[in-house]
Design a protein around this ligand. Structure first.
Ligand SMILES: Cc1cc2nc3c(=O)[nH]c(=O)nc-3n(C[C@H](O)[C@H](O)[C@H](O)COP(=O)(O)O)c2cc1C
Length: 453
């Protein structure tokens, strides 16, 4: 079990790569806020394995089941617990690494720390699979942040030796941010994406792997969040980003590049725009003294090349202390970077929502009429086809009744249905939904009786 304690949010991730499931518990999420489960699923799909030739062939549906904390799609204040089943398990593939650890993996260090009985299957609790529950927590935080005007977007800045255009440190428009999510490789330049794809496939064909850098930008963050020393935003974010398997470096703004600049080149001049203090450039990456300065937060996470490669490697047989050769087979990401992009967004979202909640900044913006109507349209879009499907099923039942000369109305069944619907709708809406259902039942009856309701 791995646990991150923010000031308001506590995130615990549990499970193992080839155990029955992985999961997450999040305490401290604000009660009363709706979670768009379809949007969350779309977010999880961006990380899920087996969706592209560039990813591991392990195929997992990655559909979380919420055990608590969510009632009718609304955060209810209780700790939220979600489980994701591990369906495509092949634990036996990994048994031999207990004695001969894979270079670049945690096999050796886990064995030193936990002893010979530790879980080797697919990297156990060290696996990239643990980022699925991280994305459940982070995906929810992203939605809550968006309601507070804070948006997070990431892209692949580089893979191997191929680079995408960097983000403009001064901001990112919504259209570009959304377009990134639609691409197999989330990059700004399609040409860079094609070259990255070719580089990953070429490395895989040689039994090798590639690393790369994910760049992330956060817009809409107010100035004044964070604090000096241990309370710094950079430290909090870095600590969460280093929790992602395979991350070996994190930098902010001009980052390591700032070390080569002079003060006169690196400092961001202050200016006034529309009555607000801004900086004319953003080499600080949105943080000064550990505190947000109101400019976009910009950072990068460097991922090492996937440790599992098909090329023979040198290792040690621990039982005899002899050096030996190891050949790894099985299913692996030839480059973890494409799947890690939403993971970086999720990690940042958990930290930033925690900071916003802890510092009492930015309660959820009240939704305007247009936003509420859009939400109603979304609900109707899901509800109406289901109601139509219900009518068609009821027509079929009507035909059965006719064949068996049964009466159209079955009062006991209707009462039972209404009781169930009322309970399902909850205390606040039970009576209203029951009334709607009385209408649905009467329409079904009319159709079964051959009338047009
Ligand atoms: C989304 C994601 C997927 C990953 N997939 C693999 C994989 O298929 N094969 C592999 O060897 N490592 C993979 N890794 C990386 C390993 O989990 C990681 O390198 C290993 O556990 C050692 O930890 P460390 O690199 O943080 O030291 C993945 C990481 C992430 C974030």
């Amino acid at each position: 079990m791995s646990c991150s304690r923010g000031d308001k949010l506590r995130v615990e991730i549990f499970g193992q790569s080839h155990a029955a499931s992985v999961g997450v518990t999040v305490e401290g999420l604000p009660a009363g806020e709706r979670v768009d489960l379809e949007a969350l699923q779309r977010f999880l799909e961006r990380r899920a394995p087996g969706r592209s030739a560039l990813s591991t062939a392990r195929r997992e549906p990655d559909r979380p089941v919420f055990l608590s904390g969510l009632t009718n799609g609304v955060l209810d204040g209780a700790p939220l617990t979600a489980l994701i089943e591990n369906r495509d398990r092949r634990g036996a593939d990994y048994e031999r690494f207990r004695d001969v650890p894979r270079p670049g993996h945690a096999d050796y260090t886990a064995r030193v720390k936990y002893g010979a009985g530790c879980d080797m299957r697919g990297g156990g609790a060290f696996s990239g699979r643990m980022t699925a529950p991280l994305c459940v927590a982070g995906g929810i935080c992203l939605q809550l942040l968006a309601r507070r005007g804070v948006r997070i977007a990431a892209h692949i800045l580089s893979v191997g030796g191929v680079s995408d255009e960097a983000f403009d440190p001064m901001g990112l428009d919504t259209e570009t941010a959304e377009a990134l999510q639609e691409r197999e490789l989330p990059v700004l330049s399609p040409a860079a994406g094609a070259a990255m794809r070719a580089a990953i496939l070429a490395a895989a064909a040689e039994g090798d792997s590639l690393g790369g850098v994910v760049e992330c930008i956060v817009t809409g963050l107010p100035a004044g969040l964070g604090g000096p020393l241990f309370d710094g935003l950079e430290g909090k974010l870095a600590s969460m980003l280093f929790a992602i398997p395979a991350v070996k470096g994190v930098d902010f703004g001009a980052g390591f590049g700032a070390a080569r600049l002079r003060g006169s080149e690196n400092n961001d001049a202050f200016a006034v725009r529309d009555g607000a203090v801004v900086t004319e450039t953003n080499r600080a990456g949105g943080v000064l003294g550990g505190i947000s300065d109101g400019m976009p937060l910009l950072f990068r996470a460097a991922f090492k090349p996937t440790p599992s490669i098909a090329k023979p490697q040198k290792s040690v047989r621990l039982s005899t202390m002899e050096e030996t050769e190891l050949v790894i087979t099985g299913r692996h990401d030839p480059c973890v970077v494409p799947r890690a992009v939403p993971v970086v967004e999720a990690a940042a979202a958990i930290v930033l929502l925690d900071v916003l909640l802890a510092e009492g900044a930015a309660p959820a913006a009240p939704r305007g009429l247009a936003a509420l109507r859009a939400e109603i349209d979304r609900v109707d879009g899901a509800l109406v086809p289901l109601l139509a499907e219900r009518m068609r099923l009821s027509d079929e039942i009507g035909r059965h009744k006719k064949e068996k000369a049964l009466p159209v109305r079955d009062e006991a069944r209707e009462e039972e249905l209404l009781r169930r619907v009322k309970a399902l709708a909850g205390e606040d809406c039970g009576k209203s939904v029951e009334a709607v259902y009385r209408g649905v039942l009467s329409a079904s009856r009319a159709r079964q009786g051959g009338e047009e309701p």
